[in-house]
Structures are given as C-alpha cells and as structure tokens.
Design a protein around this ligand. Structure first.
Ligand code: GUN
Length: 296
C-alpha cells in the first residue's frame, strides 16, 4: 500500500481562508476586528522567524497584529506589566508569549498571568484543566491542527485506537485529551515505553511527537493506519542539511493508509490554528457564535 499524503499546506490554506471569511463578516456585521498580540523577549533567531510569520499571517486574514519585541534583559516585572496591559486591552483578543523565554524569566508564571480567555496557545493552567475535564477551553494549536486533519480524513474518530508517542505538555498530552474527547481509545507512549513497536502497531491513528528524528519506522505502523508526524528535526545527511520528522517517511508511507509529510504536514497547521483560536477568542469575548469547524 502507498499511503495517501495528507497535504497540511493546502489544508492550512483552507483554514486561513475560512478564518479570513469569518473575520470579514465580523467586521461587516459587528464592527469587530480580532486582534492578536505576540510578545517576543530577546533575539532567538528561530523565534524571530516564527514571530515574523505569525505577524504576516495575522495581517493576511484581516486581523490586527500587535507585536511587542522586548530586550533580552527585560525583567519579569516589566513583562508581567505588559501582559496586564494586554489583558486589559479590548482590541487584543489573543495573547501569545513566544517560547522559549530567556533563562531569568519564569515561563510558567508569565503564561499563567495571561487572561485564560485570551490564551490562544492554550498553555494557561486553567485551559489545561478545562481541556482535561472535557470543558470548553482554548486548545494548543499544534494538536488542534492534527485533530482537524484527522477529522477531515476519517470523518468520525469514535472507537478508533489512537497511540500518541510523546508526553509533552504542548503536544502529546493535549493531543491525547482531544482524541479522548472524540471517543478514541487512547494510549500515550514515550521514550521509556516497553516494546514501543508493538504498542504503535495497535494504532489506527499514530501521532508521533517525540522529537527524535525518524524514530517511528514502517515496521511499527499497522497496515492502513493514519500517521501524523509532528516532529521537525534538522539533521545533516550526505553533507546536506535536511528537515525530517519523527517518522521514517519512506518506510511508514509504504504501510500506512495516510500520512503527513515533513515539511508540509502538521507544521503549516500550527499558525492556521493560532489564527483560528484568535477568532474563537474574539467571538467568545463578544458572546457571538463560534466559527464552525475551527474549534475542538
Ligand atoms: N515556540 C515554539 N512553538 C511555540 C508555540 O506554539 N507557542 C509559543 N508561545 N512559543 C513557541
């Protein structure tokens, strides 16, 4: 079998178009412009690229983008004061503090200062708790993007065996909660799981989010399974820099029913879902109907 390739780039473009359409309607019918504030502390080069892309995508869908670039030496008190200001600003519906933060800043403290209703990353402890108890939450963008692609491919996910490899707070744990919310039978596996290959082979849906290049190989994939590769690993092969996922693509694609490539799979969905979350936050803040198909 050769797997169907799930085109995350095309899917993300459709999500952004849906968001843009909804934003245009909000402006016309309600005089509202959803706004996203992104806070970057320091000069981490990868973070600078992410923040630039977020800004461009936010503008492209017709939202307001508020960028706050702070010096690496910014104190915790200064950063918390900025978050308080953004929490109080009615033009700001979503707040994202780009991680990682410089070492002298306590990321947990900073994230938990964000008004949970504006926490478009879904990292605030209240949102973690709401998601864990099956209540309406802001949901982390990458797992939300994976869920959208899975729903699109399978229709209903109810009763399917899902194995999530990886237990991070940003991807693995919320992904497992979302799949449970859609009535999958969920296993969370990780680097210490005994006989990982056997556990993975039970999966109708296999989500790889371990951060280890090409760790999931074709022999670990159940024939016909859907494989979602969250990994983005920069490696060197044959003297050339290469981007690979946590899945060994060629061997897995030969067995799977469907698979996301790297690049062009899960990656583009993350920013699309950040925009979707900002739109959702704006609608909730104003007691308006939430955008259909863009929430968990
Ligand atoms: N740094 C890398 N990915 C992310 C993300 O999804 N959210 C935030 N806030 N920082 C990041």
């Amino acid at each position: 079998m050769t797997a169907k390739v799930i085109d995350g780039k095309a899917f993300a473009a459709r999500v952004r178009a849906q968001v843009a359409e909804h934003v245009a309607r909000l402006k016309e019918e309600n005089g509202l412009t959803p706004g996203l504030a992104v806070v970057l502390v320091g000069e981490d080069p990868a973070s600078q690229v992410y923040v630039r892309n977020k800004h461009a995508s936010t503008i492209e869908v017709g939202m307001a983008s508020f960028e706050h670039r702070l010096d690496a030496a910014t104190s915790e008190a200064e950063l918390l004061a900025l978050i308080d200001q953004l929490n109080a600003d009615p033009k700001v519906h979503g707040i994202l503090v780009q991680l990682p933060l410089p070492g002298h800043l306590n990321a947990e403290l900073v994230i938990n200062r964000i008004n949970p209703a504006k926490d478009v990353d879904g990292f605030h402890i209240s949102n973690v708790g709401l998601l864990g108890t099956g209540q309406k939450a802001m949901v982390p963008c990458t797992p939300l993007g994976c869920l959208m692609m899975l729903r699109d491919h399978h229709g209903k996910l109810s009763g399917l065996n899902a194995v999530v490899v990886g237990r991070s707070n940003i991807v693995g744990k919320p992904m497992a909660q979302l799949l449970l919310g859609d009535s999958c039978t969920v296993t969370i596996a990780h680097s210490r799981t005994r006989d990982l290959a056997e556990v993975c082979r039970r999966a109708d849906i296999l989500v790889a989010a371990v951060g280890r290049p090409e760790m999931i190989t074709g022999d670990m994939v159940r024939p016909g399974a859907t494989v979602i590769d969250v990994g983005i690993n920069r490696i060197e092969r044959d003297g050339k820099a290469k981007l690979v996922g946590d899945v060994h693509y060629e061997s897995a694609a030969a067995v799977a029913g469907a698979i996301t490539p790297v690049p062009g799979g899960v990656g583009p969905m993350t920013i699309a879902c950040l925009l979707a979350n900002t739109l959702t936050a704006c609608c909730r803040a104003h007691g308006l109907a939430e955008p259909e198909g863009l929430t968990a």
